[in-house]
Ligand binder design. Structure first.
Ligand code: SAM
Length: 291
């Protein structure tokens, strides 16, 4: 472990050797605690046959731990300055491929097809750049990138929102969007002291285990997500107020109230109390009726 990239000493040596300066705008907070990295890797339940996709390898601290366990690793790094550093730090691991790419702009599914075996067990494991956590996760989920599990480090507050259950303050459209595609759990929280430079926010490890099929049947996925968004537009308002606004071109408020009551959903409830099932019911009842 002494020689691991992630030890504070080795990280410092690498950064000094290359005169590397952190870019805050790219969310560069590197991990300097090999034990945390090992815990992240364990959370993905990888085997020696697994393939791993990493987003933002930095100087390779997590990549190295992944490479020790998995059969192949494909890592996307946006910062050109890190590419020659990674070539050196990861030279003992020829089964790692670094792509100099913005993960949000690249065709991940196509690259998976090219790099991994058909049907190979796949996982995304990453310490995400915090300025783009949600777009990256939603891209992986909405594009149905064929991975078994996604294990990521992200802001604690965002991890809590993603894994939140109905009735909690953190529950919102992001929880439902993520939980439509995956089972979400916060595995452990991480102190700021394990990063250089230290971020301003607390961090957590989130595990998203992909579902083989959605937990609810909806007539139209994009309409379902529109309903969910609309219901949370003003969190403190009732479901009826938010939905009446959304349907104002199609229905009177009293009609919306009536339709909700007939579904056994009290129109005075707030969106944060509704289960994913109840949102699906609303979607299926109203689908096709919006002008
Ligand atoms: N994995 C390293 C670690 O744990 O020490 C670094 C993690 S650091 C939080 C995030 C990394 O993501 C940085 O190396 C940054 O340059 C890279 N990055 C930022 N935006 C990116 C994007 N859109 N696509 C790919 N990589 C990105």
């Amino acid at each position: 472990m002494d020689k691991d990239i992630a030890t504070p000493k080795r990280t410092k040596e690498i950064l000094n050797q290359y005169g590397f300066s952190f870019k805050k705008s790219l969310g560069q907070n590197f991990l300097i605690d090999p034990n945390i990295l090992i815990k992240i890797v364990r959370a993905a339940n990888l085997s020696e046959k697994s393939g791993v996709i990493e987003i933002g390898p930095g100087i390779g601290a997590l990549t190295e731990q992944l490479a020790k366990v998995a059969e192949r690793v494909l890592a996307y790094e946006i910062d050109q300055r890190l590419i020659p550093i990674l070539a050196e730090t990861l030279s003992p691991y020829p089964h790692v491929k670094i792509m100099h790419q913005d993960v949000l702009k690249t065709d991940v599914k196509n690259e998976i097809d090219e790099f991994f075996e058909e049907g190979q067990d796949l996982a995304v494991v990453a310490n995400l750049p915090y300025y783009v956590t949600t777009p990256i996760l939603m891209k992986l989920l909405e594009d149905k990138v064929p991975v078994r599990v996604i294990v990521v480090m992200l802001q604690k507050e965002v991890a809590e929102r993603i894994a939140a259950k109905p009735g909690s303050k953190a529950y919102g459209s992001l929880s439902i969007a993520a939980q439509y595609y995956a089972e979400a759990e916060t595995i452990f929280t991480v102190p700021k002291t394990v990063f250089v430079p230290q971020p301003n926010v607390d961090s957590a490890i989130l595990r998203l285990t992909k579902r083989s099929s959605p937990p609810v049947d909806v007539k139209n996925e994009s309409f379902f997500f529109e309903i969910v968004q609309a219901s949370f537009v003003q969190r403190r308002k009732t479901l009826l107020n938010n939905l009446a606004k959304f349907f104002e071109e199609s229905f009177l408020k009293s009609q919306v109230a009536d339709m909700l009551s007939k579904m056994d959903i009290d129109p005075k409830r707030r969106a944060e109390s509704l289960s994913i099932n109840e949102f699906a019911q609303i979607c299926n009842r109203f689908y096709g009726d919006k002008r």
